[in-house]
Design a protein around this ligand. Structure first.
Ligand code: NAD
Length: 349
């Protein structure tokens, strides 16, 4: 665990559990960033082809930290956690044995860590894990939809600030990636009357289907979507949509999307601020997914009405952020981190 001290992602996490079972190809980490008394720490399990062991550890540390912030943004009192599993060379030979071995580690934490699925896990994997552990959540929840609904709410708050109205119908949007969350966002915007929408995706089939359903959509080549002159640019695909190249080509007033890690570096956030572009940090904009999964954890079964109500907390976090941006004249990504640290400290002290 020497690498732990070397990791730039280490933020005095309270617990790091290496998980390993060579006979089934299991290797990875569970990282718990903060633990609030009487509450589990929440965070999904990611299964990924990490090149190095230290990459998996860094990712677990970074994402657990982010989960603490996401939880604070959603008005919860859960600390953040994350597990990263290194996809074994040659694949997983026996999923049953693999997930049983992994959930043994989860069970040994006796509910201090509650987890679900992230990148690399299928709904079947979650079902399998649920059969071995009571600390698995996220099956039977429409988390994609609620992530998108949260993004819509964040967009409406930003529009209210910019145009004195949350109405999306006369505004313009560019959505990068129309997969699970991007397409849900698109449908929500259309349902609320939006007509001027540019979309891009590397999946031609998906684009064709959407344009057939909504002929007014304008399809843009993937390399040009961020350049559109729009009110809101929504990155809903990969990480680092805002990078050293795209930052100079943006022509939007605000950036609000579902993708994780939208900024290639923190410097990008400063540059957005200098350009006068309002950026709603990704972990706030996309926290609707966590809100829906936490609802299932808290009540055994997720309830759509309850989740929609809880999304108000996301909305008010964005409202606070926008207010403080004006008052403190500070960059939103730094301001948001400060707000989340304040909320965390209040719960930890
Ligand atoms: P998804 O895989 O369903 O959709 C992503 C879409 O982006 C796909 O249609 C893909 O073809 C497209 N795409 C890939 N590369 C592209 C490119 N260069 N340009 C344009 N489109 C491209 O994924 P998702 O579940 O919608 O998640 C999208 C992002 O949101 C990810 O960063 C994810 O981590 C994040 N996120 C998702 C959730 C959730 O509830 N699904 C919650 C929080 C954050």
């Amino acid at each position: 665990m020497d690498t732990l001290k070397d990791s730039i992602e280490f933020d005095h996490h309270i617990r790091i559990v290496p998980v390993e079972n060579t006979s089934v190809g299991l290797k990875g980490y569970i990282a718990i960033h903060r633990k609030i008394e009487g509450q589990p720490s929440l965070g999904a399990t990611r299964l990924w082809k990490y090149e190095k062991d230290s990459d998996a550890l860094d990712d677990a540390l970074r994402l657990a930290h982010l989960m603490s912030y996401k939880s604070m943004a959603s008005g919860f009192s859960y600390g953040g956690a994350k597990a990263t599993l290194i996809y074994p060379e040659g694949g997983i030979q026996d999923k049953h044995a693999y997930f049983k071995a992994y959930t043994n580690y989860v069970n040994e934490l006796h509910g201090d860590f509650v987890t679900g699925s992230d990148v690399g896990m299928s709904p079947e994997d979650v079902q399998l894990m649920s059969s071995f552990s009571p600390y698995i959540v996220g099956s039977n929840v429409r988390s994609n939809y609620f992530t998108s609904l949260g993004v819509l709410y964040a967009i409406q708050v930003v529009l209210q600030d910019m145009f004195d109205s949350p109405d999306v119908s006369n505004r313009t949007f560019a959505i990068q990636g129309v997969g699970n969350t991007g397409s849900n966002l698109l449908r929500l915007l259309i349902k609320h009357g939006a007509k001027n929408i540019y979309i891009s995706d590397i999946n031609e089939e998906v684009l064709k289907k959407l344009q057939h359903e909504f002929p007014f959509l304008i399809i843009i080549p993937t390399q040009d979507i961020h350049k559109q002159k729009v009110d809101v640019f929504s990155p809903c695909a990969l990480s680092h949509a805002i990078n050293t190249k795209t930052i100079h080509e943006l022509d939007c007033l605000a950036i609000v999307g579902s993708a994780n890690n939208q900024l290639e570096s923190r410097n990008m956030g400063d540059m957005l601020h200098e350009k006068g572009i309002i950026y709603v940090p990704d972990y706030i904009a996309n926290s609707g997914g966590l809100i829906s999964v936490a609802d299932q954890y808290e009540h055994g079964e997720a309830d759509d009405n309850r989740i929609v109500k809880k999304l108000d907390q996301l909305k008010s976090t964005v409202e606070d952020l926008i207010l403080r941006r004006k008052k403190d004249k500070e960059v939103t990504h730094i301001l948001a981190d400060k707000m989340m640290e304040e909320r965390l400290s209040a719960l930890l002290n």
